[in-house]
Design a protein around this ligand. Sequence first.
Ligand SMILES: [Zn+2]
Length: 347
Amino acid sequence: MINYAATCGFNLGLVRLMFEGLKKQTSKDFELVLSDHYFLRHQDAVKELAAHADFPVTHVPVIPHPTLPRHYLDCSVFNQSPLFGESERFVRLSEWRLIHPTLTETLLAAPSRHLVDFHFQHAPAEAWNEDEGIINWDAVQFEDLPQTFHERTPINCYGNNSLDMTTWVEVNGFNEVAFGFYHFEDHDFAARLANSEIPCIRVGNKMFRIPHDYGANPGRCESPPERPFAAACHKCEQLIATIRAVVGEVSYFQWSEFFLLRGKDVRVVDSEFQSFIICNDCGFLFPWLTDPRGWAIYEGTDYKRSPINVEGAGRNLNTLWDEMRGQPLDLKLRVFEASWVDPYFLK
Ligand SMILES: [Zn+2]
């Protein structure tokens, strides 16, 4: 079975399109797990959609870390929906993706210990109508993109791809330590798969991106999420705001240099191949990128598993998956919520 492990921080129209794409699947051996920044707002409508769907639906609120500060982005959200599913394989799904009716079939045919990655393709505006929940495949120009096989996962894979849960917990999912401020958890994930010699199958014409602007609110949401992230301290927020105002576009390498300039206000903690800069006041954590070439930091490393418990950040997803799998939803919710700070999941 396939878990469509979805997140939602946008409008209900896109969620309707998601249901529409799933209803049209040629194989029904799947479930939908939707982690929603607007769970309360969408609850009744999603119940109604689920009542008319011929597949199981799990709708849960996004549950962020209760105390660890995040700024704008927290990529650990992408670990939530895989953990709430019961399938052997999941595919990460954003609500701004149109999925082709044969996607489930393609994923079911994929061997385990193989990443299935999708060519980055855009859907033309005529291909969907989010007000009416209509997908029009006739408007999509399919490209000539034969399936390719890569002995090692390429590092340029995008995050909306698919992996079996056994391998996913082995590499410890998406990195919950380094990406509480910016994106590229997908490259980090791909780097660990590459170092673990996990092959990749890359397919085309199965997943199409709906062009959109990311929202300006935490979690890239279009309006404030129901459960906001813990806030960084005034000094951290002011540093970020000042650099943005004065310097403008700053590379992640430069960000780490700026955070280091805070001197005694921060401490540096080493963890495997990477060090982290941590605010002494609030615990806001920033990865110390030592190479201006960005993702070149992964070159020559033996980095196979995302870090666990760097001063409270980063859970052991293998342990968490063991505890959640097969349990009723109310228990899963309690375990997941507790897992952020329970020492059992931090070792
Ligand atoms: Zn701070």
